[in-house]
Design a protein around this ligand. Structure first.
Ligand SMILES: NC(=O)c1ccc[n+]([C@@H]2O[C@H](COP(=O)([O-])OP(=O)(O)OC[C@H]3O[C@@H](n4cnc5c(N)ncnc54)[C@H](O)[C@@H]3O)[C@@H](O)[C@H]2O)c1
Length: 301
């Protein structure tokens, strides 16, 4: 069962001029508890609907541990309307109840390696909404042989698949989102510290994340004049399905907790709230960032 989002009322209450700070949020309350597949999912209630009227695409929810789910919960709590994708039929049974909980009016399959599926998602958004305010790309994949081997040994195929799924698809999403963001918008992708430093067992994914962060810079420069902002979000380690492909991940978690100034691991809810903030108009002059949500780990030697 996912935990309710905890939000510091004082930090957000003044943003949209709420009459009384204490009334701004009622969280962490439970807005709805849908009993789906014998599980209860909770979307927190934020009384300040800071993202009301905004519509966004969330790609990369696999289950309720996914970082994309943490983002979706936060965006929805702040009043945004969401389009959600799932990888394939196998994933659909996990994602559909979550999309239902989000009251997502658009739920579509998206395997980024299947030609035409990404285009179909954006065509549907164009048809139903005619605009898009944000995109969360929370998608990465590397074949086991590539991920778990040395970078110096990676095959051409392993390299290309890793780069295609984990980097190029963000570039493509930005390309397809651009015409729908006529009044500006925000594009997000998920990265990791292993792009900057050699992290044991992160291997070829570190190379892909470095390319991804560079793409964020270039696209931020290219689309900035149109009011489109672009960010990489860099969470500390989280025990998700994608993370289960990384050997000795528990040791990474222990190290993160011990070394981070905050002496704490992050949660998907922490990542979601910080990402949602960057989609708010108050953050309109922040772009091209790699935002570390890691308890300060990245500043330590
Ligand atoms: N878990 C961590 O410690 C951590 C830390 C920093 C960054 N990240 C990044 O966060 C993002 C989300 O990962 P997560 O940890 O939430 O794991 P996750 O397994 O919940 O999410 C990964 C998602 O990628 C999707 N995906 C993989 N191949 C795809 C394809 N061909 N088409 C469409 N979707 C595809 C999966 O379906 C899944 O929804 C990834 O980019 C990951 O690298 C994770």
């Amino acid at each position: 069962m996912s935990l309710p989002l905890k939000i510091d009322i004082g930090k957000f209450a003044h943003v949209n001029g709420a009459e009384r700070r204490r009334q701004c949020f009622r969280g962490p309350h439970v807005e709805a508890q849908a009993r789906t597949s014998q599980r209860i999912f909770m979307i927190p209630v934020a009384k300040a609907k800071l993202l009301e009227g905004k519509r966004g695409l969330i790609g990369g929810i696999a289950n309720e541990q996914s970082i994309a789910w943490g983002c979706a919960k936060a965006f929805r709590a702040f009043g945004a309307e969401l389009a959600v994708t799932y990888l394939n039929d196998k994933a659909k049974k996990y994602v559909e109840p979550l999309a239902h909980e989000l009251q997502a009016p658009i739920l579509m399959p998206l395997d980024v390696r299947t030609p035409g599926q990404m285009e179909a998602v954006f065509e549907r958004i164009a048809k139903d909404w005619g605009k898009l305010d944000f995109v969360v790309h929370s998608i990465a994949f590397s074949p086991k042989d590539a991920l778990q081997g040395r970078v110096v040994d990676v095959s051409r195929e392993g390299f290309l698949t890793t780069m295609e799924v984990s980097c190029w698809t963000f570039i493509r999403m930005a390309h397809l989102a651009e015409p729908l963001m006529r009044k500006g918008g925000t594009l997000f992708t998920m990265t990791y510290y292993g792009s900057q430093m050699v992290v044991k067992n992160y291997n070829i994914m570190g190379v892909a994340k470095a390319a991804l962060e560079s793409a964020v810079h270039y696209i931020a420069a290219e689309l900035g004049p149109k009011g489109i902002r672009v960010h990489a979000i860099s969470p500390g380690p989280l025990a998700t399905r994608a993370a289960s492909g990384i050997p000795e991940f528990d040791a990474l978690l222990d190290k993160a907790k011990a070394k981070a100034p905050a002496r704490s691991l992050v949660s998907i809810e922490d990542v979601g709230v910080a990402t949602a903030f960057l989609a708010h108009d108050a953050a309109r002059l922040i772009t091209g960032e790699t935002l570390y949500i890691d308890g300060g780990y990245h500043i330590m030697d």
